[in-house]
Design a protein around this ligand. Structure first.
Ligand code: NDP
Length: 327
Protein backbone atom coordinates (compact mmCIF):
# COMPACT_ATOMS: atom_id res chain seq x y z
CA UNK A 1 0.00 0.00 0.00
CA UNK A 2 1.01 3.62 -0.50
CA UNK A 3 2.64 5.24 2.51
CA UNK A 4 0.78 8.10 4.18
CA UNK A 5 2.66 11.34 3.52
CA UNK A 6 3.04 13.26 6.79
CA UNK A 7 4.40 16.79 7.23
CA UNK A 8 5.14 18.80 10.36
CA UNK A 9 4.18 22.48 10.86
CA UNK A 10 6.34 23.92 13.63
CA UNK A 11 9.55 22.39 14.93
CA UNK A 12 9.63 22.57 18.73
CA UNK A 13 9.51 19.71 21.23
CA UNK A 14 6.36 18.28 19.70
CA UNK A 15 7.63 18.62 16.13
CA UNK A 16 10.79 16.70 17.03
CA UNK A 17 8.60 14.08 18.72
CA UNK A 18 6.58 13.64 15.51
CA UNK A 19 9.81 13.01 13.60
CA UNK A 20 10.71 10.22 16.03
CA UNK A 21 7.21 8.75 15.94
CA UNK A 22 6.80 8.67 12.14
CA UNK A 23 10.08 6.72 12.00
CA UNK A 24 8.36 4.00 14.08
CA UNK A 25 5.41 3.66 11.68
CA UNK A 26 6.34 1.93 8.40
CA UNK A 27 3.01 2.83 6.74
CA UNK A 28 3.98 6.52 6.87
CA UNK A 29 6.76 8.76 5.73
CA UNK A 30 7.80 12.26 6.64
CA UNK A 31 7.83 14.46 3.53
CA UNK A 32 8.76 17.79 5.13
CA UNK A 33 9.13 20.04 8.13
CA UNK A 34 7.74 23.59 7.85
CA UNK A 35 8.86 26.44 10.07
CA UNK A 36 8.39 30.18 10.51
CA UNK A 37 12.10 30.49 11.20
CA UNK A 38 14.76 30.33 8.55
CA UNK A 39 14.83 26.65 7.39
CA UNK A 40 18.63 26.46 7.61
CA UNK A 41 18.35 27.08 11.37
CA UNK A 42 16.69 23.72 11.99
CA UNK A 43 18.37 20.37 12.45
CA UNK A 44 16.00 17.53 11.63
CA UNK A 45 16.63 14.10 13.24
CA UNK A 46 17.15 12.66 9.76
CA UNK A 47 19.28 15.03 7.71
CA UNK A 48 17.50 13.78 4.56
CA UNK A 49 14.18 15.31 5.67
CA UNK A 50 13.55 18.55 3.73
CA UNK A 51 12.91 21.70 5.77
CA UNK A 52 10.84 24.48 4.21
CA UNK A 53 9.61 27.92 5.11
CA UNK A 54 6.01 27.82 6.40
CA UNK A 55 5.03 30.11 3.51
CA UNK A 56 5.84 27.25 1.08
CA UNK A 57 2.91 25.17 2.39
CA UNK A 58 0.42 26.73 -0.06
CA UNK A 59 2.50 25.32 -2.92
CA UNK A 60 2.59 21.78 -1.47
CA UNK A 61 -1.08 20.95 -1.02
CA UNK A 62 -0.86 17.94 -3.36
CA UNK A 63 2.23 16.48 -1.69
CA UNK A 64 0.97 16.05 1.89
CA UNK A 65 -1.77 13.69 3.10
CA UNK A 66 -1.84 14.90 6.71
CA UNK A 67 -0.17 17.98 8.20
CA UNK A 68 0.57 17.66 11.92
CA UNK A 69 0.37 21.06 13.61
CA UNK A 70 3.01 21.33 16.33
CA UNK A 71 2.63 25.00 17.25
CA UNK A 72 1.84 26.22 20.74
CA UNK A 73 -1.77 26.34 21.92
CA UNK A 74 -1.61 29.87 23.18
CA UNK A 75 -0.24 31.92 20.30
CA UNK A 76 0.22 29.63 17.29
CA UNK A 77 -2.72 27.26 16.85
CA UNK A 78 -5.56 29.84 17.10
CA UNK A 79 -4.14 31.35 13.89
CA UNK A 80 -2.51 28.37 12.20
CA UNK A 81 -5.34 25.89 12.85
CA UNK A 82 -8.10 27.60 10.82
CA UNK A 83 -5.68 28.74 8.09
CA UNK A 84 -4.10 25.35 7.50
CA UNK A 85 -7.33 23.35 7.85
CA UNK A 86 -8.47 25.08 4.65
CA UNK A 87 -5.50 23.58 2.78
CA UNK A 88 -4.73 20.22 4.44
CA UNK A 89 -6.05 17.42 6.56
CA UNK A 90 -4.68 18.33 9.98
CA UNK A 91 -4.10 16.97 13.47
CA UNK A 92 -3.25 19.21 16.43
CA UNK A 93 -2.89 19.12 20.21
CA UNK A 94 -4.75 22.31 21.15
CA UNK A 95 -4.90 22.05 24.95
CA UNK A 96 -6.49 25.24 26.29
CA UNK A 97 -9.45 23.31 27.69
CA UNK A 98 -11.81 26.28 28.15
CA UNK A 99 -11.29 27.45 24.55
CA UNK A 100 -11.79 24.10 22.79
CA UNK A 101 -15.43 24.72 21.69
CA UNK A 102 -14.56 28.04 20.03
CA UNK A 103 -11.38 26.62 18.49
CA UNK A 104 -13.41 23.69 17.11
CA UNK A 105 -15.78 26.10 15.35
CA UNK A 106 -12.93 28.18 13.94
CA UNK A 107 -11.37 25.10 12.33
CA UNK A 108 -14.62 23.39 11.32
CA UNK A 109 -15.82 26.00 8.81
CA UNK A 110 -12.68 26.21 6.64
CA UNK A 111 -12.11 22.45 6.77
CA UNK A 112 -15.70 21.68 5.75
CA UNK A 113 -15.68 24.27 2.95
CA UNK A 114 -12.56 22.67 1.47
CA UNK A 115 -13.46 19.00 2.12
CA UNK A 116 -10.64 18.59 4.63
CA UNK A 117 -10.64 16.69 7.92
CA UNK A 118 -9.21 18.48 10.96
CA UNK A 119 -8.76 16.57 14.20
CA UNK A 120 -8.23 18.95 17.10
CA UNK A 121 -7.02 18.50 20.69
CA UNK A 122 -5.35 15.09 20.45
CA UNK A 123 -2.57 14.13 22.87
CA UNK A 124 -2.94 12.72 26.36
CA UNK A 125 -4.83 15.47 28.18
CA UNK A 126 -6.82 16.49 26.25
CA UNK A 127 -6.74 13.22 24.33
CA UNK A 128 -6.29 9.75 25.81
CA UNK A 129 -7.40 10.93 29.26
CA UNK A 130 -10.54 12.49 27.74
CA UNK A 131 -11.47 9.21 26.06
CA UNK A 132 -10.99 7.33 29.32
CA UNK A 133 -13.13 9.86 31.20
CA UNK A 134 -16.08 9.41 28.84
CA UNK A 135 -15.74 5.61 28.77
CA UNK A 136 -15.68 5.57 32.58
CA UNK A 137 -18.80 7.72 32.82
CA UNK A 138 -20.65 5.70 30.20
CA UNK A 139 -19.83 2.30 31.75
CA UNK A 140 -20.32 3.34 35.38
CA UNK A 141 -22.99 6.08 35.32
CA UNK A 142 -23.35 5.94 39.12
CA UNK A 143 -19.86 7.09 40.04
CA UNK A 144 -17.20 9.77 40.10
CA UNK A 145 -14.23 10.49 37.82
CA UNK A 146 -10.83 11.52 39.17
CA UNK A 147 -7.90 12.81 37.14
CA UNK A 148 -4.51 12.96 38.85
CA UNK A 149 -1.49 14.47 37.08
CA UNK A 150 2.14 13.71 37.70
CA UNK A 151 4.71 13.17 38.69
CA UNK A 152 5.21 15.73 36.00
CA UNK A 153 7.02 18.82 34.91
CA UNK A 154 4.58 21.66 34.24
CA UNK A 155 5.80 24.11 31.61
CA UNK A 156 3.32 26.82 32.60
CA UNK A 157 4.20 26.69 36.29
CA UNK A 158 7.93 26.55 35.57
CA UNK A 159 7.58 29.66 33.39
CA UNK A 160 5.65 31.48 36.14
CA UNK A 161 8.47 30.84 38.63
CA UNK A 162 11.13 31.92 36.11
CA UNK A 163 9.41 35.28 35.70
CA UNK A 164 9.96 36.19 39.39
CA UNK A 165 12.79 38.75 39.68
CA UNK A 166 15.88 37.14 41.23
CA UNK A 167 15.17 33.69 39.72
CA UNK A 168 17.83 32.56 37.26
CA UNK A 169 16.26 29.21 36.43
CA UNK A 170 13.46 26.94 37.67
CA UNK A 171 11.36 23.85 37.11
CA UNK A 172 8.09 22.88 38.75
CA UNK A 173 6.78 19.36 39.34
CA UNK A 174 3.17 18.48 40.00
CA UNK A 175 2.83 15.42 42.23
CA UNK A 176 -0.35 13.52 43.05
CA UNK A 177 -0.94 13.00 46.78
CA UNK A 178 -0.71 9.29 47.50
CA UNK A 179 -3.33 9.21 50.27
CA UNK A 180 -5.91 10.75 47.92
CA UNK A 181 -5.09 8.30 45.12
CA UNK A 182 -5.34 5.36 47.55
CA UNK A 183 -8.74 6.49 48.81
CA UNK A 184 -10.03 6.74 45.25
CA UNK A 185 -8.64 3.30 44.36
CA UNK A 186 -10.37 1.91 47.48
CA UNK A 187 -13.78 3.01 46.18
CA UNK A 188 -14.25 5.61 48.91
CA UNK A 189 -15.38 8.14 46.30
CA UNK A 190 -14.08 11.06 48.37
CA UNK A 191 -14.73 14.74 47.69
CA UNK A 192 -11.22 16.15 47.34
CA UNK A 193 -10.11 19.77 47.40
CA UNK A 194 -7.40 21.05 45.07
CA UNK A 195 -4.91 20.96 47.95
CA UNK A 196 -5.79 17.35 48.79
CA UNK A 197 -5.22 16.03 45.26
CA UNK A 198 -1.84 17.47 44.19
CA UNK A 199 1.18 19.14 45.66
CA UNK A 200 3.78 21.23 43.87
CA UNK A 201 7.54 21.12 44.15
CA UNK A 202 9.90 23.74 42.69
CA UNK A 203 13.64 23.59 42.05
CA UNK A 204 14.99 27.11 41.78
CA UNK A 205 18.35 28.62 40.86
CA UNK A 206 18.82 32.07 42.43
CA UNK A 207 20.51 35.03 40.82
CA UNK A 208 23.48 36.35 42.74
CA UNK A 209 22.38 38.35 45.79
CA UNK A 210 18.70 37.29 45.55
CA UNK A 211 16.75 36.81 48.78
CA UNK A 212 15.77 33.13 49.00
CA UNK A 213 13.03 33.57 51.59
CA UNK A 214 11.39 36.42 49.67
CA UNK A 215 11.39 34.32 46.52
CA UNK A 216 9.97 31.31 48.34
CA UNK A 217 7.13 33.53 49.60
CA UNK A 218 6.51 34.96 46.13
CA UNK A 219 6.16 31.41 44.77
CA UNK A 220 3.94 29.81 47.40
CA UNK A 221 1.50 32.76 47.48
CA UNK A 222 1.25 33.22 43.70
CA UNK A 223 -2.49 33.37 42.87
CA UNK A 224 -3.95 30.52 40.74
CA UNK A 225 -0.57 28.89 40.20
CA UNK A 226 0.43 28.02 43.79
CA UNK A 227 -1.81 29.58 46.44
CA UNK A 228 -4.28 26.67 46.44
CA UNK A 229 -1.55 24.03 46.83
CA UNK A 230 1.06 22.97 49.34
CA UNK A 231 4.29 23.91 47.61
CA UNK A 232 7.87 22.95 48.47
CA UNK A 233 10.68 25.16 47.15
CA UNK A 234 14.23 23.76 46.86
CA UNK A 235 17.16 25.98 45.97
CA UNK A 236 19.78 24.29 43.79
CA UNK A 237 22.76 25.22 41.63
CA UNK A 238 22.62 25.89 37.90
CA UNK A 239 24.65 22.68 37.38
CA UNK A 240 22.11 20.61 39.33
CA UNK A 241 19.25 22.14 37.36
CA UNK A 242 20.90 21.25 34.05
CA UNK A 243 21.94 17.78 35.22
CA UNK A 244 18.84 16.55 37.06
CA UNK A 245 15.86 18.42 35.64
CA UNK A 246 16.01 18.46 31.84
CA UNK A 247 13.75 15.45 31.14
CA UNK A 248 10.17 16.42 30.33
CA UNK A 249 8.61 13.75 32.52
CA UNK A 250 4.85 13.68 32.95
CA UNK A 251 1.84 11.42 33.22
CA UNK A 252 -0.96 10.64 35.60
CA UNK A 253 -4.12 8.57 35.86
CA UNK A 254 -7.82 8.75 35.20
CA UNK A 255 -9.86 6.74 37.65
CA UNK A 256 -13.59 6.07 37.49
CA UNK A 257 -15.04 4.75 40.71
CA UNK A 258 -18.65 3.65 40.48
CA UNK A 259 -21.27 1.18 41.60
CA UNK A 260 -23.08 -1.25 39.32
CA UNK A 261 -25.45 -2.10 42.20
CA UNK A 262 -25.65 -0.65 45.74
CA UNK A 263 -23.46 -3.45 47.10
CA UNK A 264 -20.94 -3.59 44.23
CA UNK A 265 -18.23 -0.94 43.79
CA UNK A 266 -16.07 -1.12 40.64
CA UNK A 267 -12.94 0.77 39.65
CA UNK A 268 -11.54 1.55 36.18
CA UNK A 269 -8.04 3.01 35.93
CA UNK A 270 -5.93 4.28 33.03
CA UNK A 271 -2.41 5.46 33.76
CA UNK A 272 0.56 6.99 31.95
CA UNK A 273 4.14 7.23 33.10
CA UNK A 274 5.94 9.34 30.50
CA UNK A 275 9.65 9.98 30.29
CA UNK A 276 9.00 12.48 27.52
CA UNK A 277 5.71 14.34 27.46
CA UNK A 278 6.24 15.76 23.94
CA UNK A 279 7.40 12.45 22.42
CA UNK A 280 4.36 10.64 23.78
CA UNK A 281 1.99 13.42 22.73
CA UNK A 282 3.55 13.24 19.26
CA UNK A 283 2.95 9.48 19.13
CA UNK A 284 -0.74 10.09 19.78
CA UNK A 285 -0.87 12.75 17.04
CA UNK A 286 0.74 10.38 14.55
CA UNK A 287 -1.72 7.55 15.26
CA UNK A 288 -4.58 10.02 14.82
CA UNK A 289 -3.04 11.23 11.55
CA UNK A 290 -3.60 7.70 10.19
CA UNK A 291 -7.24 7.86 11.25
CA UNK A 292 -7.68 11.32 9.73
CA UNK A 293 -6.28 10.09 6.42
CA UNK A 294 -8.83 7.27 6.38
CA UNK A 295 -11.76 9.39 7.53
CA UNK A 296 -11.05 11.97 4.84
CA UNK A 297 -11.06 9.22 2.22
CA UNK A 298 -14.39 8.04 3.67
CA UNK A 299 -15.84 11.54 3.15
CA UNK A 300 -15.95 12.77 6.76
CA UNK A 301 -15.11 16.47 6.48
CA UNK A 302 -14.79 19.30 9.00
CA UNK A 303 -13.43 19.42 12.52
CA UNK A 304 -13.51 16.30 14.71
CA UNK A 305 -12.11 15.28 18.09
CA UNK A 306 -10.78 12.03 19.53
CA UNK A 307 -14.37 11.19 20.55
CA UNK A 308 -15.35 10.85 16.89
CA UNK A 309 -12.65 8.35 15.91
CA UNK A 310 -13.23 4.59 16.21
CA UNK A 311 -10.21 2.82 17.81
CA UNK A 312 -9.69 0.51 14.83
CA UNK A 313 -8.92 3.49 12.62
CA UNK A 314 -5.83 4.26 14.71
CA UNK A 315 -4.25 0.91 13.94
CA UNK A 316 -2.20 0.18 10.84
CA UNK A 317 -3.91 -3.24 10.77
CA UNK A 318 -7.09 -3.93 8.82
CA UNK A 319 -10.43 -4.37 10.56
CA UNK A 320 -10.31 -8.09 9.64
CA UNK A 321 -6.85 -8.51 11.20
CA UNK A 322 -7.94 -6.69 14.33
CA UNK A 323 -11.03 -8.90 14.73
CA UNK A 324 -8.85 -12.00 14.48
CA UNK A 325 -6.02 -10.82 16.75
CA UNK A 326 -7.50 -8.52 19.34
CA UNK A 327 -11.08 -9.54 20.12
P1 NDP B 1 7.53 24.59 21.70
O1 NDP B 1 7.54 25.90 22.39
O2 NDP B 1 8.71 23.70 21.79
O3 NDP B 1 7.21 24.82 20.15
C1 NDP B 1 6.13 25.63 19.71
C2 NDP B 1 6.52 26.36 18.44
O4 NDP B 1 7.51 27.34 18.74
C3 NDP B 1 7.14 25.46 17.40
O5 NDP B 1 6.15 24.92 16.56
C4 NDP B 1 8.13 26.36 16.66
O6 NDP B 1 7.50 26.94 15.51
C5 NDP B 1 8.46 27.45 17.68
N1 NDP B 1 9.79 27.22 18.26
C6 NDP B 1 10.26 26.07 18.83
N2 NDP B 1 11.54 26.21 19.25
C7 NDP B 1 11.87 27.50 18.96
C8 NDP B 1 13.04 28.28 19.16
N3 NDP B 1 14.14 27.74 19.70
N4 NDP B 1 13.02 29.56 18.76
C9 NDP B 1 11.92 30.11 18.20
N5 NDP B 1 10.79 29.41 17.98
C10 NDP B 1 10.76 28.14 18.35
O7 NDP B 1 6.23 23.85 22.25
P2 NDP B 1 6.00 22.25 22.39
O8 NDP B 1 6.35 21.61 21.11
O9 NDP B 1 6.63 21.78 23.64
O10 NDP B 1 4.43 22.19 22.62
C11 NDP B 1 3.50 22.61 21.64
C12 NDP B 1 2.09 22.53 22.19
O11 NDP B 1 1.71 21.18 22.42
C13 NDP B 1 1.90 23.18 23.55
O12 NDP B 1 1.55 24.53 23.41
C14 NDP B 1 0.75 22.41 24.14
O13 NDP B 1 -0.42 23.14 23.96
C15 NDP B 1 0.65 21.16 23.31
N6 NDP B 1 0.67 19.94 24.13
C16 NDP B 1 -0.47 19.21 24.26
C17 NDP B 1 -0.51 18.07 25.03
C18 NDP B 1 -1.77 17.26 25.12
O14 NDP B 1 -1.79 16.28 25.86
N7 NDP B 1 -2.82 17.57 24.39
C19 NDP B 1 0.66 17.62 25.78
C20 NDP B 1 1.86 18.42 25.54
C21 NDP B 1 1.83 19.55 24.76
P3 NDP B 1 8.37 27.34 14.21
O15 NDP B 1 9.17 26.10 13.81
O16 NDP B 1 7.35 27.71 13.20
O17 NDP B 1 9.26 28.46 14.61
Amino acid sequence: AEQIRIAIAGHGNLGRGVEASVAKNPDMRLVGIYTRRSPDQLTPRDSATPVYAMTELVNHTDDIDVLILCGGSKEDLPRQGPELAALFNTVDSFDTHARIPEYFDSVDAPARANKRTALISAGWDPGMFSINRIIGEALLPDGATYTFWGDGLSQGHSDAVRRIPGVAGAVQYTRPIKEAVDRVRNSERPTLTTREKHRRECFVVLEEGANAEAIRQAIVTMPHYFDEYDTTVNFISAEELARDHHAMVHGGFVIRSGNTSPETPQVIEYGLKLNSNPEFTASVLVAYARAVHRLNAMGQHGAITVFDVAPGLLSPKSAEELRREQL
